[in-house]
Every structure is written in C-alpha cells, then in structure tokens.
Ligand binder design. Structure first.
Ligand SMILES: *Cc1c(COP(=O)(O)O)cnc(C)c1O
Length: 388
C-alpha cells in the first residue's frame, strides 16, 4: 500500500545524513566527554562543534546553549528554573492559552505551587496581542513565556514585539521555538528573548535531544543535579550521538530551509485549494499568511476529525487531529477552543503537516481519497442531512 506521511509537526524522519553523522559516536568514538583522556576529548570536541552549530543558527554565543533531552525538558527547565530562582522577587507568570502542553502543564503545575499564572487569550487566527501582554504585567511578574509557532495551526506569534515589551519592563522572556527553529530563521536578538527551547526530532534530527538557549546573565535554577556538565546547568553525561545529530540537523536546515519552504507552501496551498474545490463546509484554522509554510489545519464540518484520520490511515495517509498528545482523547483542542472555534467544528479538525519528502503526487492522492471519505462520513451524519 502507498504510504504518505503528512504529520511532520508530530515528528520527522531522521535525515540520512544525520544518521550517518551520528553512527560513529556509538561504537567508535564512545568516550565520555568529561574524561580527560583522548577517548573523552574526542567526544568533547564533537559536542562543542554541535553546540557551535546550534548557537550560530539562532545567533547565540556557544556558552548560551544547554543540551537537554528534548523540547519538553527545555520548556520545563526554562519555566521552573526561572520561577524557582525568582520566587522571592515575585510569583506571577504570563503565558498564552495556546501553548504546547510542555509549557501549559508546567505553568499549571506552578499554579498549584502558589504561583499566579495569566493565560492570555488569542484572536480568531490564534495570535497573541502584544498589548494584552503589556497590560497583564504587574510588579510581581517574573516571566513571560509565549510560543513562537503553534504546533497545531502553524500560526506565528509576534515574538519580537512581545520581546521588546518584556525587555523594556526588565522581565525575563522565554519562547518555545520547537516548531520554528529550522523552519524559519530564528535570531535570539531580533526576537528579544532570554530563553528559547528547541528540539531535534521536529527538524529531521533524532528524538530525545533538544536545547535551551539561556541569554548570558540570566540566572536560572538547574532542575537536574549531579556532575558539573553543561556549566552546572544540566547534569548528566551528554547524549553525544544525539547532540551530533542535532548539530547536523540544524546545519542541513540552514542550507535547505528556503527552498523547502517554497516547495511546502506550494504543496500546502495546492492541498487547500483542492479541498476547497471538492469539499463544501470546510474552514481553515490558523493565520492565512503568518503561518508555518508546512502546516494546514482544516475543520470538516459535520464529521469527526478522528474518523477522518482513521479512514485516511486505512489508505496509508498519516495526519493528525490537533497535537499528537491530545489525539486519542475526544476533548476538543485547547488551541482551537481559545481561537473561538466551536466544539463541533473543532472536533472535525485535521492537521496536515508537510515535509521534505512530500510530492505533488502525494497531494494528488490525498485529494483523490479524502473527498470520498468525507462524503461517506457525512452521509451518516444527521446534522449534515438536516442542513440541506
Ligand atoms: C514537539 C513540541 C514540543 C516537545 O518537544 P519534544 O522534543 O517532543 O519533547 C514542545 N513544544 C512544541 C511547540 C512542540 O511542537
């Protein structure tokens, strides 16, 4: 059976060049980077080289990059680390209602520990208004955390503007850039951020590796204690192959990004145009322009997204409803709810997220099978029939 993967915001295949770069660091250069002998120093060298690649991509200094086990850990580290370090100054955190669960649930956890959290609303495109951020700041605010690009809709937030507000008020600003690094050019100075999370497996790197950028001078409490790794900010023997893979993935992204974006935007818009021609009562979720070039979130009214996904899967097409973490539950997506999408329409949402290997043929195939699936499901829906 034909297999088409359109779920790149959940994870990506590891690029063959990345796998190739990683392999020697399992059984040839296997030293511990903390060891002073040659075995260790060889590993240390490649860890430092990868750190430089990550730093260069986001316009950071080498010592501002801390490797973590992924985006989730980077988010936890940023938020808890800043909260714990600054709780004597104040206990107020500002975030948005459309964050990834790694941020959302960390903020909710801190609420349970006595911190006050403001979850800012968004407009119908899922965009946070910088004025709302400004208004939410109090004398107690110690951290603002807003994601760069949303994983469900692809909407890109005005991080630079929010960052300059944070900077002006002297408040630490974190962004979860897991979906944007490697898809967009990301520069920590242009974005005015003090902390930034990124992850390997969303950009053709390996799973289980990520990084947190920490601006020089930003004091943060470490979460994982042990040895003196990562300048005392994150203990534990470095994931050398993973780190090498992340460095390589970022290097490839910086070379391919522009061309990939052009290709994906073209395919994505072909898909949207085709769906519009062939299926009635659909709606685009997310910003029409300020959106990741690979992401298309569509609500098919009068059907359940979950049923569409299962039916597409039977045809070898992989898509998802909202985030991978929420699929499997029938809760409407918190992101779409925050955008004011009504629960029924939200239930009918499907996220297509394109990647490097997708072709015109793939899109053609989806446009061949999906209209039939939707009309079959709608034929069983009393609501759809009642509408006519
Ligand atoms: C995937 C994702 C994460 C989590 O990253 P992991 O490396 O899978 O832990 C965090 N934030 C966003 C926006 C994501 O898309």
């Amino acid at each position: 059976m034909r297999k088409i993967y359109l779920d790149h915001n959940a994870t990506t295949p590891t690029h063959p060049e990345v796998v190739k770069a990683m392999l020697p660091y399992y059984n040839e250069v296997y030293g511990n980077p903390s060891s002073i002998h040659q075995f260790g120093q060889e590993a240390r060298k490649v860890v430092d080289e990868a750190r430089e690649k990550v730093a260069n991509f986001i316009g950071a200094k080498i010592e501002e990059i801390v490797f973590t086990s992924g985006g989730t850990e980077a988010d936890n580290f940023a938020i808890k680390g800043i909260a714990y370090r600054n709780e004597k100054k104040g206990r107020h955190i500002i975030t948005s209602s459309i964050e990834h669960h790694a941020v959302l649930n960390t903020c909710k956890y801190l609420e349970g520990k006595g911190f006050k959290v403001t979850f800012l609303p968004v407009d119908k495109y899922g965009t946070v208004n910088p004025d709302d951020v400004k208004k939410a700041i109090t004398g107690e605010t110690i951290l603002i955390t807003i994601l760069h690009a949303n994983n469900e809709t692809g909407t890109i937030e005005p991080i630079g503007e929010i960052g300059s507000i944070a900077k002006e008020k002297g408040i630490i600003f974190h962004t979860d850039a897991v979906q944007s690094v490697g898809k967009l050019g990301v520069n920590v100075d242009e974005l005015n951020v003090d902390l930034l999370s990124l992850s390997g497996h969303k950009i053709y790197g390996p799973k289980g590796i990520g990084a947190l950028y920490i601006r020089k001078g930003t004091k943060i409490e470490p979460l994982i204690l042990g040895g003196h790794h990562e300048r005392n900010r994150r203990a534990g023997t470095e994931n050398v192959p993973g780190i090498v893979g992340l460095g390589k993935a970022i290097e490839i992204a910086s070379q391919d990004m522009e061309e990939e974006n052009k290709k994906e935007v073209n395919l994505r818009d072909k898909l949207w145009d085709g769906l519009n021609q062939k299926i009635d009562s659909i709606q685009l979720n997310g910003h029409p322009e300020k959106r990741l070039s690979n992401t298309l979130n569509v609500s098919f009214k009068f059907v359940e997204g979950e049923s569409i996904i299962l039916n597409l899967d039977l045809q070898g097409i992989a898509v998802s409803s909202g985030s991978a973490c929420t699929s499997g539950s029938l809760e409407p997506s918190h992101v779409l709810s925050a955008m004011g999408v009504d629960p029924a329409t939200s239930q009918g949402s499907v996220r297509f997220s394109l990647g490097k290997d997708n072709t015109e043929d793939d899109i053609g195939y989806v446009l061949e099978v999906l209209p039939e699936i939707v009309s079959r499901l709608r034929a069983m829906s009393p609501l759809y029939k009642g509408r006519k």
